[in-house]
Design a protein around this ligand. Sequence first.
Ligand SMILES: [Zn+2]
Length: 87
Amino acid sequence: MLCMCLRALVFSLTRMATIASFIVVTRPDIVTESRTWMCLICGWIYDEAVGDSDHGIAPGTAWADIPLNWACPECGARKEDFEMVQV
Ligand SMILES: [Zn+2]
């Protein structure tokens, strides 16, 4: 029981560290039209300006234009598991 609670705590701390490191590297002084999305499972970032060339997504592809069968390259999560990150 206690072991499970500690494991959950470590997991959430790890996730928070991932998000915090992303915020640090994001430069808020640069405003662009493109938006950034983050995988809730593993923290992988999709930047519309960069795309995902390894998986046939061209730079500048809007999130809405990504096919529904696309999955996160890191953990395989589906599009519905992603969440937009405000930049
Ligand atoms: Zn992922």
